[in-house]
Design a binder for this molecule. Sequence first.
Ligand SMILES: Cc1ncc(COP(=O)(O)O)c(C=O)c1O
Length: 401
Amino acid sequence: MQTEKLWSADAKNLRPSAIRRFAAMINDPKIISFAGGVPSPATFPSARIAHYAEKVVRDNAAVSLQYGPTRGLPALRDSVAAVCAERGIACDPATQLLMTTGSQQALYLVAMTLLDPGDVVLVELPTYIGGAGAFHARRAELVGVPQDDEGIVPSALEATVVRLQSEGRRIKFLYTIPNFQNPSGRVLASKRRTEVLAIARAHDFMVVEDDPYGELCFADGLDTTPIKKNDEEQRVVYLGSFSKVLAPGLRTGWIVGEPKFIRQCEIAKESVDLCSGMLDEAVIAAFCAAGELPGQITAVRSFYRDRRDALIGALDAHFTGHATWTKTEGGLFTFVSLDDGRDTEQLLAGSVERGVAYIPGGAFFVDGSGSNTMRLTFAKETDERMREGIRRLAELFFQTT
Ligand SMILES: Cc1ncc(COP(=O)(O)O)c(C=O)c1O
């Protein structure tokens, strides 16, 4: 049967990830890959996870192998509320917190709860592709807001909002990743966090703050305080995740929001998966209850800090005078712009021939700009291979030796 004729308008509007097509290159061991967007398996505390997995199955299969509460295991919610409190976010685990199957599901549930076709979502230029995908799935219109080295430019945000509202458009929320953004690696400056929230308040839209990288901070004293911390009127929805500090295979994230909003997302989640994987939740709950999370975060930070140093050092050595890039202070990425404006998508085939892969940056810009940019991760390769990869790219791009 030709099923297409019966597909829904929503299904036809779904967009495949523009970067998943690079998966083959990322996984080819012969290629030095800056293209991945995933954590290094070297950071997974595998033995500890195996220990807790065995324990929760052996001691409590009636919970860990059973369906569970849609909101998530109470013990895990308590631990996540404590994590949030450390980040400055007060939340009642019973009413203001919903566990999700990764923060990707959180994005989908937020989109399901807030968006009608034609609604406007403001996104950063560039933005996370999975966020854009979740909003497109609801047939929203994504409008880009420029960033500079300090993140979203508040005056540009305000001008965009005023223009859209004067055209009668309905802006539902701003989607922002203030800490070590994927893909740009940037941090939204402290003063701007206050300004962004003030603009949202003045023009009455919500803020969806996605913060999977906030804990991966390499610099002492850098302000990564969530916007949510100063959100007195519960206008901000905050998303967190265990993927980058523990392991993405455990598929566990969360949403913090006002109680009615959380309840509505919970109902949406019931129709998506009833509940998240209880085995995943039970393992993380046991890991957190044993006090292992802070040590794990310290280890992961130090692992990526060293890798970041190697990549930025290689860029300093080979790209200086030809390109600019984010002086990344956390997360997994740096973002490069070529000074001569050449299209990095067109340069990719030549790079792969020379055994090096990256993600062309254009895919992250909803306005079609950014063709001279590229995202590089320092999560995948050894220091030595990164240095060699950057040397080869410089040779190809700038004819340096
Ligand atoms: C900004 C951002 N949000 C959300 C996610 C989804 O993460 P997860 O569903 O594993 O929690 C990612 C994954 O890379 C991301 O970079």
